[in-house]
Design a protein around this ligand. Sequence first.
Ligand SMILES: Cc1cc2nc3c(=O)[nH]c(=O)nc-3n(C[C@H](O)[C@H](O)[C@H](O)COP(=O)(O)O)c2cc1C
Length: 96
Amino acid sequence: MEEYDTILLGYPNWWASVPIPIATFLEEYDFSDKRIIPFCSHGGGRFGQSLTAIAKLAPDAVIGEGLSVHYSGGAKMPEDFSYWLSDNNIKATPHI
Ligand SMILES: Cc1cc2nc3c(=O)[nH]c(=O)nc-3n(C[C@H](O)[C@H](O)[C@H](O)COP(=O)(O)O)c2cc1C
Protein backbone atom coordinates (compact mmCIF):
# COMPACT_ATOMS: atom_id res chain seq x y z
CA MET A 1 0.00 0.00 0.00
CA GLU A 2 2.95 2.38 0.55
CA GLU A 3 3.40 2.44 -3.24
CA TYR A 4 -0.03 3.94 -3.87
CA ASP A 5 -1.37 7.40 -3.31
CA THR A 6 -4.66 7.06 -5.24
CA ILE A 7 -6.95 4.06 -4.78
CA LEU A 8 -9.87 3.41 -7.14
CA LEU A 9 -12.24 1.53 -4.85
CA GLY A 10 -14.92 -0.47 -6.67
CA TYR A 11 -17.73 -2.43 -5.01
CA PRO A 12 -21.39 -3.36 -5.41
CA ASN A 13 -23.95 -1.56 -3.26
CA TRP A 14 -25.02 -4.18 -0.74
CA TRP A 15 -27.76 -3.26 1.69
CA ALA A 16 -27.14 0.43 0.91
CA SER A 17 -23.51 0.21 2.00
CA VAL A 18 -20.16 -1.40 1.19
CA PRO A 19 -19.79 -5.19 1.36
CA ILE A 20 -17.96 -6.43 4.48
CA PRO A 21 -14.68 -7.29 2.66
CA ILE A 22 -14.49 -3.65 1.52
CA ALA A 23 -15.05 -2.46 5.09
CA THR A 24 -12.32 -4.83 6.29
CA PHE A 25 -9.94 -3.54 3.61
CA LEU A 26 -10.56 0.06 4.69
CA GLU A 27 -10.05 -0.79 8.37
CA GLU A 28 -6.86 -2.71 7.61
CA TYR A 29 -4.74 0.12 6.19
CA ASP A 30 -3.65 3.63 7.04
CA PHE A 31 -5.04 5.97 4.37
CA SER A 32 -3.29 9.14 5.57
CA ASP A 33 -2.11 11.19 2.57
CA LYS A 34 -4.03 8.90 0.23
CA ARG A 35 -6.99 9.57 -2.05
CA ILE A 36 -9.82 7.06 -2.37
CA ILE A 37 -11.99 7.36 -5.49
CA PRO A 38 -15.12 5.23 -5.06
CA PHE A 39 -17.16 3.60 -7.80
CA CYS A 40 -20.08 1.30 -7.22
CA SER A 41 -22.62 -0.75 -9.12
CA HIS A 42 -26.14 -0.76 -7.76
CA GLY A 43 -29.67 -1.98 -8.41
CA GLY A 44 -31.34 1.43 -8.06
CA GLY A 45 -30.04 2.77 -4.74
CA ARG A 46 -27.00 4.53 -6.25
CA PHE A 47 -24.35 4.97 -3.52
CA GLY A 48 -26.80 4.40 -0.66
CA GLN A 49 -24.91 5.24 2.54
CA SER A 50 -21.66 3.80 1.19
CA LEU A 51 -19.80 7.11 0.81
CA THR A 52 -20.49 7.95 4.45
CA ALA A 53 -19.34 4.46 5.41
CA ILE A 54 -16.07 4.88 3.47
CA ALA A 55 -15.42 8.29 5.08
CA LYS A 56 -15.94 6.78 8.55
CA LEU A 57 -13.82 3.69 7.86
CA ALA A 58 -10.95 5.69 6.33
CA PRO A 59 -11.19 9.04 8.15
CA ASP A 60 -7.71 10.18 7.08
CA ALA A 61 -8.29 9.68 3.35
CA VAL A 62 -9.35 12.33 0.89
CA ILE A 63 -12.44 11.02 -0.92
CA GLY A 64 -12.53 11.82 -4.65
CA GLU A 65 -15.49 12.22 -6.97
CA GLY A 66 -17.44 8.94 -7.04
CA LEU A 67 -19.19 7.11 -9.88
CA SER A 68 -22.30 5.00 -9.42
CA VAL A 69 -23.38 2.62 -12.17
CA HIS A 70 -26.76 0.93 -12.54
CA TYR A 71 -25.93 -2.80 -12.80
CA SER A 72 -23.46 -3.02 -15.71
CA GLY A 73 -23.86 0.62 -16.74
CA GLY A 74 -25.44 0.38 -20.20
CA ALA A 75 -24.20 1.83 -23.48
CA LYS A 76 -22.94 5.12 -21.98
CA MET A 77 -20.68 3.32 -19.53
CA PRO A 78 -17.33 3.86 -21.38
CA GLU A 79 -18.13 7.57 -21.83
CA ASP A 80 -19.28 7.97 -18.21
CA PHE A 81 -16.12 6.20 -17.07
CA SER A 82 -13.86 8.51 -19.10
CA TYR A 83 -15.56 11.65 -17.76
CA TRP A 84 -15.33 10.30 -14.22
CA LEU A 85 -11.59 9.63 -14.56
CA SER A 86 -10.94 13.07 -16.00
CA ASP A 87 -13.10 14.70 -13.27
CA ASN A 88 -10.65 13.11 -10.85
CA ASN A 89 -7.64 14.31 -12.87
CA ILE A 90 -6.67 10.79 -13.79
CA LYS A 91 -5.17 10.51 -17.25
CA ALA A 92 -6.03 7.08 -18.57
CA THR A 93 -7.71 5.58 -21.58
CA PRO A 94 -9.99 2.79 -20.40
CA HIS A 95 -10.02 -0.26 -22.67
CA ILE A 96 -13.55 -1.58 -22.26
C1 LIG B 1 -26.77 -9.06 -0.91
C2 LIG B 1 -27.13 -7.97 -1.87
C3 LIG B 1 -27.61 -6.75 -1.40
C4 LIG B 1 -27.92 -5.71 -2.29
N1 LIG B 1 -28.37 -4.53 -1.79
C5 LIG B 1 -28.63 -3.52 -2.66
C6 LIG B 1 -29.07 -2.26 -2.16
O1 LIG B 1 -29.25 -2.05 -0.96
N2 LIG B 1 -29.32 -1.27 -3.06
C7 LIG B 1 -29.14 -1.45 -4.42
O2 LIG B 1 -29.35 -0.51 -5.18
N3 LIG B 1 -28.72 -2.65 -4.92
C8 LIG B 1 -28.47 -3.68 -4.08
N4 LIG B 1 -28.06 -4.88 -4.57
C9 LIG B 1 -27.86 -5.03 -6.03
C10 LIG B 1 -26.38 -4.96 -6.38
O3 LIG B 1 -25.83 -3.70 -6.06
C11 LIG B 1 -26.22 -5.27 -7.87
O4 LIG B 1 -26.65 -6.59 -8.08
C12 LIG B 1 -24.77 -5.19 -8.25
O5 LIG B 1 -24.28 -3.89 -8.08
C13 LIG B 1 -24.57 -5.57 -9.71
O6 LIG B 1 -23.47 -6.40 -9.76
P1 LIG B 1 -23.68 -7.96 -10.01
O7 LIG B 1 -24.01 -8.07 -11.47
O8 LIG B 1 -22.35 -8.52 -9.63
O9 LIG B 1 -24.79 -8.42 -9.12
C14 LIG B 1 -27.76 -5.92 -3.69
C15 LIG B 1 -27.29 -7.17 -4.16
C16 LIG B 1 -26.99 -8.18 -3.27
C17 LIG B 1 -26.51 -9.51 -3.82
